[in-house]
Ligand binder design. Sequence first.
Ligand code: XIL
Length: 592
Amino acid sequence: MRRFLLLILTPGLILCAQTLRQAGAQRALLMGAAADSSEQNPDPLATDALYASTLGTQYNMLEAENNMKWGTIHPQQNTYNFAPGDELVTFAQAHQMQTRGHNLCWGSYNPSWIVNYATTATPAQMSSQLQNHITAVVTHYKGQVFAWDVVNEAISDSQTGSGTVMKNSIWYNQPGIGLTGTGYVEQALRWAHAADPNALLFYNEYNIEAPGAKFNAMMVMLKDFVSRGVPIHGVGIQMHITTSGYPSSAGLAQNIQAITALGLQVHITEMDVRIPVDSSGVAAASDLQAQAATYQRILTVCLQNPGCTAFQTWGFTDKHSWIPNSYPGYGAALPFDATYQAKPAVASMINALQAVPPVLNAANIVNAASYAGGAVAPGELATIFQANFGPGTLAGTQLDSSGDVSSNLSGTQVFFDGVAAPVIYALAGQVSVVVPYEVSGQQQTVVQYSYNGVMSNSVTVPVVASVPGIFSANASGTGPGAILNLDYTLNSASNRVAGGGVVVGFATGGGTVQGGAKDGAPASGVALQTLPVSATVGGMPATVGYAGLAPGLVDGVMQLNLTVPTGVTGAQPLVVTVGAVSSQSGITVAVK
Ligand code: XIL
């Protein structure tokens, strides 16, 4: 009985029961594993219940270890073998997992027919083979594979000069597809993008975990691609490592920072930590501990940069791993042992996911309606992106015992100078709060974010009297406003207001209100703005009949009643000015 009570009262114990995917969801981080069916006989996914249940409960991303490579998926010139890859996609979908595709173009694991073909083919013939392959495979998995390793391991391990020395391969120069330098990588990305414009496209590479010549050579290519608009969205850092300390945390952090500074994401794609094993595959307990520390360390670096969006291991059970074959004397490289028991690495990864502080960046605190950042105003609804610690599924507004919006929503809290802000909704990666009225009159405010009591760094944000942002109909901060005609139907191109008629809009960032307002209180009465409010529609003055809080809204959301001027028609820009500050541009009202 006593133990039972303890379990209920100790949150730490309950959290420890999280799976990797649950803990990852709280960090907006996909937790992935490579999985296979084709190379194994019998197929573990179909025949090994523990293989399937561990994969499906512990991970929310799955990648084909081999099933989507040329050698499996394209065994003959005019034959595609999609069944093994399809099996993984079907499994992923049944278990609410994302599927990552690997890979479309690589110098290894090619079927003998294309290797033989390359010995006599012209570059033009190789080019059309590669285009056909990429088009066929990406089209087959369109909408089902969310991210592709488009090109794998294309850069040479030995670099000279300041450019990018490429690795010899049938796609580069033996005979290649007729493009010099990084040209074939660019071409592969363009073909993949044409086949599925919504798929995220990655360049995947090894020996780029730490700073060095190979990493620099890759950066030359990436900067060139980004500056010319070549479709690329991320870099896969493989991470086949040991417990030696490579890569250093600082070195890996520096590399991830350099990649994400280009606007690209990072996925850790193939992590395993090989350790010495005896002839029965058994590792020393001390090595298993060192391995656990290595997994925790690398995952910690990933969590410290919100641009690191997926963390994947190359397999998940020591029962199926490429390491013993490829690195004789080594093994036991994955988080689960050969009987699917969690090794120390699992607890250490969960620990990182639960304990690494969220990262708050002042630039990611924006007006909830306009998405404009830079400053906050008292009572404003603000949205905070990428602190990346919060509920794994959306938590909606809850009221506290006094009937106000709670300032602790499922463990998520945001503090302005130590005052906890009412939380409108919370989701790992995106949280909306009401900026406390207490910041009124200040030059700046110190903001901190926490989840389950784990505090972020603090950032300082300027405070201004008002930062009006109008809510839009399509949740983009631009486009048609979320504006109601007087009959309370949504104003739209097919439901326009007549010139001279009245519309009702909603905004946040109005600033303080007459008579005061209480943080998170439902706006019960009517309170006018203390600052003058004016508006234009189509550049012409629109009379403001009312601007202020309104019943049914939370304090901080401003209702605006506007008389649309006569003489304008069509989608007309609406601008509201509170005090000296105007709302975002790009919001329109439809006038007939
Ligand atoms: C390996 C697989 O794990 C093996 O089963 C297969 O025999 C060879 O390929 N870098 C990569 C992966 O990008 O595709 C490789 O996978 C491991 C190294």
